[in-house]
Design a protein around this ligand. Structure first.
Ligand code: MLT
Length: 236
């Protein structure tokens, strides 16, 4: 049972916590469109690890000083100049022969991962690996206070993050007012994803296929965890 579940809805809600707030908690990070879906896809496809950076310059410095590490990410949804990859999960379905690790920087997702790095356990969740994350939490983190961290869209709330957080709570049989979202969108998750701020922007820039990719439920069975050295790797 998870008796204590707190949902963080947007950056102001996860970045402004008092010192020590994350200690003792299990943080589950959602950036469904697209950063956490990208991390899950890359790790299930054979990349060994992902390093998340809020700032582009930090990702660049890291990739320059680490072997077999590609720069990946976006701003405004589009890849940065000089980067090997953007933030489309479909780019990582087959591992590149040249790279084992990604230095990833995105508008919100990597920002959320950095913000919660002080938690006892940081889990990367998406619709792609939802049931496996639920199983992992039941098996390994039962009784731990749970923080569901919705990365958001810019400074705003992000509907698709909240919907998938609600779906995780349903799988964990946790009680929370956010569960009412599930009834509202039950018949049409695609409508939710496409009408959200992130989703409509992806449609505008021709990346509808990414939205459809991220809508696949339980395609993967990887549980990405943030290790003490700052690398996100699959749980063993
Ligand atoms: C983010 O981290 O804000 C997103 O993943 C944005 C995107 O990929 O378009």
């Amino acid at each position: 049972m998870f008796e204590s579940v707190k949902v963080h809805y947007a950056p102001a809600d996860y970045e402004n916590q008092a010192d020590g707030y994350w200690q003792g908690r299990t943080a589950v990070v959602f950036d469904i469109l697209r950063a956490t879906s990208t991390i899950v896809t890359a790790l299930d496809s054979g990349y060994q690890g992902v390093h998340c950076f809020r700032e582009v310059s930090d990702a660049q410095n890291f990739a320059a000083s680490h072997e077999r590490t590609a720069l990946a990410g976006e701003r405004d949804g589009v890849p940065q100049s000089g980067f090997q990859f953007g933030n489309s999960p479909r780019e990582f379905v087959n591992k590149s022969p040249q790279y084992d690790f990604l230095a990833l920087t995105t508008t919100n997702g990597t920002r959320a991962v950095e913000a919660v790095a002080g938690a006892d356990c940081v889990v990367i969740a998406s619709l792609l690996n939802l049931s496996t994350v639920a199983e992992f939490l039941r098996r390994e983190r039962e009784g731990s206070p749970l923080a569901l961290v919705c990365s958001g869209s810019g400074e705003d709330f992000s509907l698709e993050d909240a919907l998938v957080a609600a779906a995780l709570m349903a799988e964990l049989q946790a009680k929370h007012p956010l569960l009412s979202l599930l009834a509202a969108y039950e018949a049409d998750w695609r409508r939710c994803f496409c009408s959200s701020k992130n989703g409509s922007h992806l449609l505008e820039i021709g990346l509808e296929a990414d939205v459809d990719w991220c809508l696949q439920r339980d395609k993967y069975s990887v549980v990405p965890l943030l290790a003490a050295d700052g690398t996100i790797r699959p749980a063993r």
